[in-house]
Design a protein around this ligand. Structure first.
Ligand code: ADE
Length: 243
């Protein structure tokens, strides 16, 4: 899978060299390219922003550096991919649709995603409108709060979908049982020692009785989801029923 990131803070993504994704990069499973938006500026100050038309607080990212950078990425992709589908372009934005585990699964199946990290009060609207004529464009939000820029959101999205790309996580079974994969939160986990600071591991987990363990874990998932995330619980019940 190929990922391009356009940002004014390229070094922000240096951390992707470590951990599971770093290993996947080294093995060629995850082909990451980070682009400095300021490389597509042509003035002495490498300006990427300007005041908003119509007035108001803050600065807006200028369209020209975005157009030039995205042109280069899309032209190279068109040449390499030989007339296949253009990449998916994702702009993290608090005005986008909320990113969920379902989005992560969908992104993990894309052969090529381009992320455009906005800063300041956002990017000139014409960049989105123009890009949507050349490729599929999505605005995606991490949640109902405002970040200073898209970089942290892109990191979070890469962490979420990168580990779903086949071969990136060592044990694919560990993906099936975790929170959100089945619409429920995860059950609590324990390891040795069996007694720690006067706290015992729930006896059923030491019983060796696989069916009872599975039943206990499912009860814990349902109880935890009902208490912490009634929205998810109601959706799960609507799909699976009381039984
Ligand atoms: N940029 C600023 N806030 C954001 C959010 N909540 N999600 C994604 N990108 C953002």
């Amino acid at each position: 899978m190929r990922v391009d990131i356009v940002t004014i803070f390229p070094s922000f993504f240096d951390v992707l060299d470590i951990s599971l994704l770093g290993k996947a990069r080294a093995q060629g499973l995850f082909d990451l390219h980070v682009h400095d938006l300021r490389d597509a500026t042509h003035d002495r100050h490498r300006t990427v922003d300007d005041t908003p038309y119509g007035g108001g607080a803050g600065m807006v990212m200028k369209p020209e550096p975005w157009g030039e950078t995205l042109d280069a990425i899309l032209d190279e992709a068109a040449a390499a991919e030989g007339g296949g589908d253009p990449p998916l372009i994702v702009f993290p934005s608090p005005a986008g649709e909320v990113f969920t585990q379902a989005t992560a699964r969908r992104f993990a199946r894309e052969p090529h995603i381009v992320f455009g990290c906005g800063r300041y009060e956002g990017i000139d609207q014409r960049v989105f409108d123009w890009a949507a004529e050349r490729a599929r464009v999505e605005l995606v939000s991490l949640g109902d709060y405002v970040l200073n820029g898209g970089e942290v959101a892109v990191m979070a999205m890469i962490e979420a979908f990168g580990r779903l790309v086949p071969g990136v996580v060592g044990n694919p079974e560990s993906l099936v049982e975790e929170s959100h994969e089945q619409g429920l939160l995860e059950y609590p986990s324990y390891t040795k020692p069996a007694r720690w600071r006067d706290r015992e591991v729930p006896p059923v987990l030491l019983s060796g009785h696989h069916a009872k363990v599975a039943e206990w874990r499912r009860e814990q998932q349902l109880e935890r989801t009902r208490r912490v995330r009634p929205d998810l619980y109601d959706a799960w019940l609507a799909e699976h029923g009381e039984g």
